[in-house]
Ligand binder design. Structure first.
Ligand SMILES: [Zn+2]
Length: 493
């Protein structure tokens, strides 16, 4: 049997200012054919899960179609332009046509994509594939835990499988489960049916870590169904992505069973009701603001609970300066802000200073009131070059991160700022040696991450402080004016 494999993925913060374009995806890298499989082999992602499942079976060939999942700047890009969405969704359909006949289609999507002209972009991708392969060829989808979906996707696809971990460390496993289900379906050994329910709750990403109450308990409920019902193939809970202003925003429960629709219905109702019962603790945690959070970080550093990882969870553009400024104002030492996105400042440094020279430059704070003011730094240029590194932690282990032209300014009492051209989320410690720094020399490290950093830093940090600085991804969702979401979502109304 021949199974087509494609990916098209973006987590879209629609409150960010700049649209996501074809150029952004092309800059990040778009692959076709065999290259898709070669690039994923050995990296714990969905597609490697497809590969592992297929290699355990006789006569299963994976056919790479199109992979567009790494746009420049990631989720700091707003709505995909219609041109961009059409190019890659039609591109996948076109590759399917070229590479036919195909017995099944596996799509690694995200679920929190927002595209101009298409309010349900993932469902549209599936429908475009369906037009090519017809009603009888199964199409199955893997999604991120931050997916915003509704029945349009489950109506269009034959199986939907969603990550159960945040930090996302089960991509390969979910890909494997989806591919096994696909192979058995093609062979006629099972007949997947799905049910879906939305519990009408919207939560900020920073509250959704599955290591903590109540997200942990919600996932345990899903696992319990999987472990006790033989007909149950997969129970998925997407917590949703609150920073996409789309009509299917918010949590979603999907159950896939083997031809047992009453069981699928029962599961989604049970899990959805359970989430609803936990809505208050889920949506209403408290986090320190900038001043208080930085004070706490400095205190922890003095107590030798180092490195203190400071998570600037709300910065969606990567250029926010609130925490950098507060660290300087409160006289912190041995700190690194990793990173501040500022292409203009990097260019300015490149034109006016060489490695080892001292320069005064204003950095960050370029994207409106939530980014804070630009901060003037006089520092030594201790790194100035293209930068890429290989991820070392549990998330995407072995995958390469290309940062582009990067600069490091070192100043004060062993303080550093890493400047990158676009938003960069630090997941582990691999960035530091790549720019000639060492985590061992740092007491406070401020990063732009919500939960993913915990996959590595829960074991490698002396302490962690999550700070609710101003930003486009706030803990208080009432900051944003939504135009497209339903009226009855907790806790907004
Ligand atoms: Zn996610």
């Amino acid at each position: 049997m021949r199974i087509g494999v494609a990916s098209f993925s973006h987590e879209t913060c629609t409150f960010c200012p700049k649209p996501t374009t074809v150029e952004d995806f092309e800059a990040g890298g778009v692959e076709y054919g065999k290259e898709i499989l070669a690039r994923s082999r050995g990296i714990p992602n969905y597609i490697n899960g497809f590969i592992l499942a297929s290699e355990e079976e006789e006569n299963v060939e994976l056919v790479g179609l199109l992979a567009a999942s790494r746009s420049r700047g990631g989720s700091s890009g707003s709505w995909l332009t219609e041109e961009c969405f059409d190019k890659y969704s039609k591109g996948i359909a076109g590759e399917l046509e070229k590479n036919g006949p195909i017995d099944g289609v596996l799509l690694a999507l995200h679920g929190a994509m927002a595209a101009k002209g298409y309010m349900k972009p993932e469902a549209e991708v599936v429908r475009r594939c369906r037009e090519v392969v017809g009603p009888d060829v199964p199409i199955m989808v893997t999604l991120d835990l931050h997916a915003n979906e509704d029945h349009e996707l489950t109506d269009a696809a034959d199986g939907v499988f969603i990550l159960k971990t945040y930090p996302h460390v089960d991509s390969e496993e979910i890909g494997y489960i989806a591919a096994k289900c696909m192979i058995k379906t093609i062979r006629g050994d099972l007949k997947p049916v799905m049910s879906i329910e939305k519990p009408r709750i919207i939560t900020p990403s920073v509250y959704q870590g599955t290591g903590e109450y109540p997200a942990k308990e919600i996932m345990e409920r899903a696992f319990r169904w999987e472990n006790t019902e033989p007909d149950c193939i997969c129970v998925s809970v997407a917590f949703g992505f609150a920073y996409a202003d789309v009509p299917d925003v918010g949590a979603t429960v999907i159950a896939v069973t083997d031809n047992n629709k009453p069981l699928a219905d029962k599961i989604v109702t049970d899990v959805s009701d359970y989430i609803w019962s936990l809505r208050e603790p889920f949506a209403g945690k408290k986090l320190p603001k900038t001043k208080e959070g930085v004070k706490e970080a400095i205190k922890l550093a003095k107590e030798d609970k180092t490195p203190v990882i400071v998570a600037d969870h709300s910065d969606r553009m990567g250029d926010s300066t609130w925490i950098l400024k507060e660290l300087m104002d409160q006289g912190a030492s041995n700190f690194c802000v990793a990173t501040i996105s500022d292409e203009k400042a990097i260019k300015m440094i490149q034109q006016n200073a060489a490695l080892g020279e001292t320069i005064t430059v204003k950095i960050g704070g370029r994207n409106g009131k939530y980014a804070g003011e630009p901060v003037e730094i006089t520092g030594e240029v201790t790194y100035l070059d293209e930068c890429q590194y290989v991820l070392s932690g549990p998330m995407s282990h072995g995958d390469t991160r290309k940062l582009g032209y990067t600069a490091v300014l070192s100043f004060g009492d062993n303080n550093h700022v890493i400047l990158t051209p676009t938003l960069h989320q630090v997941l582990d410690d691999a960035i530091f040696p790549a720019v000639n720094l060492s985590l061992d020399d740092l007491e406070i490290v401020a990063i732009k991450s919500r939960v993913h950093f915990r996959a590595f830093y829960n074991d490698h940090a002396g302490s962690i402080v999550v700070i609710d600085a101003p930003g486009l991804g706030p803990a208080d969702l009432s900051q944003h004016t939504y135009e497209n979401i339903p009226k009855n979502l907790y806790p907004l109304e």
